[in-house]
Structure formats: structure tokens, C-alpha cells
Design a protein around this ligand. Structure first.
Ligand code: PHE
Length: 352
């Protein structure tokens, strides 16, 4: 076997044995690299006489080509097996059960707010906001609670130690803030936290209210009744839900009313709606309402001889409990994920 033959079989054997791309590259460098064995042989061509070169030249070139093509072929085999090995290692077992997914839910209060926004936006109301920490003027005085008026005591107010501030006892304070900043015509609603020092089955020290305010040049009690009736019927989804107004007192409205909706008692269960027999009709209070008192308008720089309007306020937990059958108010604020999972709403549910 001549030199070329020997070298050829050695290199081809090394190529065949290269077990990975790194080993194959080492073989390539050793054969075809600058000081590789094949390259060294090629260099000897220059020292040969023409006859020798004529016979050796084609042989060496053929050797070089053969080594090159064997390396390329081996390379693609090794690349493929490297890919197969990688895929095998990264494979996913699709028969495994899916990991349990923890979905968050929309709190019933947020859901209720979303539903109310829809109803009132359709009636042309905007959304107003005010601070939780209020001063006496916005929570009481401007709302026609004179200093020392007994109605101030009805609200179990949390006073701040600074002597000047308190936690708002109702969202009616936002009426004042809104009318100080905006002049009629006014159609606005407000949602927010309110605070009273109270704690039992039906009272928590923090709860949510919605306030509604409409002021224009010829607003009457009929507008108030129509607006309220449409709102509760749309909210509860009961087209003939009975609505009743009872005279009541709030310093900031005149006349003032409490608003009841009708329900029927079925053993221990209650169902909102109209009783077939009027004698079976029961009522529950859901709202305070009335025509804005002229003093309140004056306190906000609005002329009561030109403008009038109505206001009402309601508790959001109460509305949510009635609509969604939630029995205990306190559970709203316990942040129990089981409760939230049960009573919460999917983020993708459209507001009803
Ligand atoms: N602010 C009153 C309350 O908290 C509700 C109310 C609002 C009454 C607007 C009349 C008008 O009880």
C-alpha cells in the first residue's frame, strides 16, 4: 500500500469513528488544516518533477476531495443524531394532567359597580370621585347639617385625631365637591368607601355606597322616581319590580324619601318581585333619596331659584347581597379565597 492509500484509509477510519461534531472537527483539522497530513502531502507537489507531479497530482486531489466529502457526510449524520438526542431530552409528556390553574375573580362589589356604571352611563351620567378622608364642611356642614344638629350623631362617625377631619360617613360629600367644581347641568354618579362605627350581621365599619346627583333647570320628583325605578328594575333584571317611596328625613334633601323594593316571602326564602296577591307584598328599604335642599345648592354657589335637582344614595353590598344571594355582609371583607371563588365573577364575563 502506498503512502496515499495508507493515509486515505486512516483518515476515513477516523472520520467513521468520530462520535461527535467536536471529534470530527479534530479529524478535519488533522487532515486538511494548515499543517494537516493531507495538506503536507499537497505541499510535496511543488518539489516533484513534472512527470511525478502528473501522476501524483490527480491522486492527491482525489484524496483531498474524498476526505472533504466524507467529513461533510459524517457531519450531517452527527448533526442529525445530536438533534434527535436533544429532542428526546426536551420531550414533553403530554399524558401528564395539567397543573391546577389559580384563576382570580372579580369581587362582587367590583362587579356591582361595573353593572351600575353601565346602567347610568346609558342614562348619560358621568362618574365623579372624592376622598375617603373628609372635612366637616363636605361631610356635614355644606350638606345642611348645622353644628350640633342631632342628625350628625346618627352616623357613628370616625373622627381623626387632628380634630378637623373624619372618615366620610356617606358619599353625599362628593355631591358638594362636584358642585363646587362643576356647574349645572349636572348628571353624575359616584362610588366609594364609606365608614361608620358599627359591626354586626348587617353592618361593617367600612362599606360602599353609590351616590347619584342630577341638577338642571326643571328637574322634578317625577324625574327622581323615573330614574330610580328604571335603575332598580334594570339592575335586578325584573321588569315590573315594585318600587315604593316613603317620606323620610335627610338634612340635605327636601322632600326626602326612603325607597323600598317589593319582595315575596316563601318560607325562609325571599324573592324580589311583585306579589300576585297584594296582601303578600313585602317591602325592603334599599335607598335614600330626595330633592336637593336649596341650602345645599347655595353652599355650592348654585342659585336655587334657577336650579333644582335630585340625589340618592344606596349601599352597594346590600344591592350585591340581594342580587347574588350572599347572606352575610361581613364575608365581603374577609378576603377568603374560597368565598371569592364562589361569589366572584370571571374577568371575561360581560357586565350584565
Ligand atoms: N347619604 C344618605 C345615607 O348615607 C343617603 C342619601 C343620599 C339620602 C342622597 C338622600 C340623598 O344614608
Amino acid at each position: 500500500m502506498n503512502n496515499i492509500e495508507k493515509l486515505r484509509s486512516e483518515i476515513l477510519a477516523q472520520i467513521a469513528q468520530a462520535s461527535d461534531l467536536k471529534a470530527l472537527d479534530a479529524v478535519r483539522v488533522a487532515a486538511l488544516g494548515k499543517s494537516g497530513s493531507v495538506s503536507a502531502l499537497m505541499k510535496t507537489l511543488g518539489t516533484m518533477n513534472p512527470d511525478e507531479r502528473k501522476t501524483q497530482g490527480p491522486l492527491l486531489n482525489a484524496l483531498k476531495d474524498e476526505v472533504t466529502s466524507h467529513i461533510a457526510a459524517r457531519e450531517s449524520v452527527l448533526q442529525e443524531s445530536a438533534l434527535v438526542a436533544q429532542l428526546a431530552q426536551e420531550s414533553v409528556d403530554i399524558t401528564l394532567p395539567a397543573r391546577p390553574q389559580q384563576n382570580g375573580t372579580i369581587h362582587p362589589i367590583s362587579q356591582t359597580i361595573n353593572e351600575l356604571v353601565r346602567i347610568f352611563a346609558a342614562m348619560g351620567f358621568t362618574i365623579a370621585q372624592g376622598p375617603d378622608i373628609e372635612d366637616d364642611w363636605h361631610n356635614f356642614t355644606a350638606l345642611n347639617f348645622p353644628p350640633g344638629h342631632p342628625a350628625r350623631e346618627m352616623q357613628d362617625t370616625f373622627f381623626l385625631k387632628d380634630g378637623g377631619h373624619l372618615l366620610r360617613t356617606h358619599t353625599s360629600s362628593v355631591q358638594i365637591r362636584y358642585m363646587e367644581q362643576n356647574k349645572p347641568p349636572i348628571r353624575t354618579i359616584c362610588f366609594g368607601r364609606t365608614y361608620r362605627s358599627d359591626w354586626d350581621m348587617t353592618h361593617t365599619p367600612m362599606f360602599h355606597q353609590m351616590e347619584c346627583l342630577m341638577i338642571d333647570t326643571n328637574v322634578t320628583m317625577a324625574h327622581l322616581k323615573g330614574c330610580l325605578q328604571d335603575f332598580v328594575r334594570a339592575f335586578f333584571g325584573i321588569a315590573d319590580l315594585p318600587v315604593r317611596f316613603r317620606p323620610s328625613f335627610f338634612p340635605f334633601v327636601e322632600p326626602g324619601a326612603e325607597v323600598d323594593i317589593g319582595y315575596i316571602k316563601n318560607g325562609d326564602a325571599i324573592a324580589l318581585g311583585r306579589a300576585a296577591n297584594p296582601a303578600d307584598q313585602k317591602w325592603m328599604e334599599v335607598l335614600g333619596a330626595g330633592m336637593v335642599h336649596p341650602n345645599v345648592l347655595k353652599n355650592c354657589g348654585i342659585d336655587p331659584d334657577v336650579f333644582q335637582g335630585f340625589a340618592f344614595g344606596t349601599g352597594l353590598e346590600r344591592l350585591a347581597m340581594l342580587k347574588y344571594g350572599i347572606p352575610d355582609l361581613r364575608t365581603f371583607f374577609e378576603s377568603d379565597v374560597r368565598w371569592l371563588g364562589h361569589y366572584g365573577f370571571s374577568p371575561l364575563d360581560a357586565a350584565a
